[in-house]
Design a protein around this ligand. Structure first.
Ligand code: G
Ligand code: MN
Length: 274
């Protein structure tokens, strides 16, 4: 009985290992051949409907594996030593797109997601600065870096030093998927940040009075400290109206705009009136 379980478990493990190796090999190739796409999803002012930020998101449609979900290939990149290459790929793509973005949306920022593994490297900020300098250091004020609360699992002094160097350059810091990580509130005051992106799970549960109170508290907290609150995962008009009523100013989600190629994004967002 035990040995049967052991056999099943080990064949599951080897199948998962095999998939991971396959994804890692193909991903390394895709990165060196420029085969990943970058799409952008706006963050939108819920009052003016203007685009305040564009979040760069990676998409991968592989010739052999087909579409691979970002959750899967990012996890593989982290496990197999490809996350720095992936981060640099995204940065290069974004820097190439930035002149065009700033022409079209002069006030908007472009946000890139960084893994805690990257932030824990002592030379992260230095390398980012060097890439910027070789393009145009003035672009720094148009860049935002999104990090999740999982950075707390890494070397916090190094992470903080990186974040502070980036902020000195004019790059803003957003805490992504806020509310899902560990010890988020207790560590919040130790992290330099400009923006909180409230995880979409709060919007999903918005009917619950307790969740509405949490959203209100987050609005108040961010207002008090002059930080921006962005609510993620807005999918319905009911959610949008409820969030506006709770005092939220900026949102992101499929109702407002799906991720898309830069050329396909509207200058301003239109959504149906109630
Ligand atoms: O972790 P992060 O928030 O950066 O993840 C962004 C991912 O969330 C993207 O892959 C994007 O396609 C997805 N996403 C964006 N808006 C919505 C939404 O309204 N609902 C859901 N379920 N997913 C969304
Ligand atoms: Mn993000």
């Amino acid at each position: 009985m035990h040995s049967m379980n052991a056999i099943t478990a080990s064949s599951d493990t080897s199948r998962a290992d095999h998939r991971q190796s396959q994804v890692a090999n193909r991903l390394a190739q895709a990165l060196s051949q420029g085969k990943l796409q970058v799409v952008y999803q706006p963050e939108v002012s819920l009052f003016s409907r203007e685009i305040t930020s564009l979040e760069a998101l990676c998409r991968w449609d592989d010739a052999e594996l087909g579409q691979v979900a970002p959750d899967e290939f990012i996890a593989v990149a982290e496990a197999r030593g490809l996350i720095v290459a992936l981060g640099e790929y995204m940065l290069r793509s974004v820097l190439a797109d930035l002149p065009w973005v700033t022409q079209r949306w002069p006030e908007a920022k472009v946000a890139i997601n960084a893994s805690g593994l990257e932030l824990a490297l002592p030379d992260f900020a230095q390398r980012l600065r060097a890439s910027l300098a070789s393009t145009d250091i003035g672009l720094a004020r148009h860049l935002e870096l999104e990090v999740t609360e999982s950075v707390f699992h890494h070397n916090v002094p190094v992470v903080n030093a990186n974040l502070m160097s980036l902020r000195e350059l004019g790059i803003t810091i957003a805490i992504d998927d806020f509310g899902t990580g560990q010890s988020s509130l207790s560590r919040l005051h130790t992290l330099p940040f400009d923006k909180i992106k409230l995880d979409r799970s709060f919007v999903k549960a918005l009917q619950a009075p307790m969740v509405q109170e949490i959203v209100k508290a987050m609005v108040q907290l961010t207002n008090t400290f002059s930080r921006t609150l962005v609510v993620e995962g807005i999918e319905t008009r009911e959610q949008l109206h409820q969030l506006v009523a709770l005092g939220c100013h900026v949102g992101q989600g499929y109702l407002l705009c799906r991720p898309g190629a830069l050329a396909d994004l509207p200058a301003q967002i239109a959504w149906p009136q109630a």
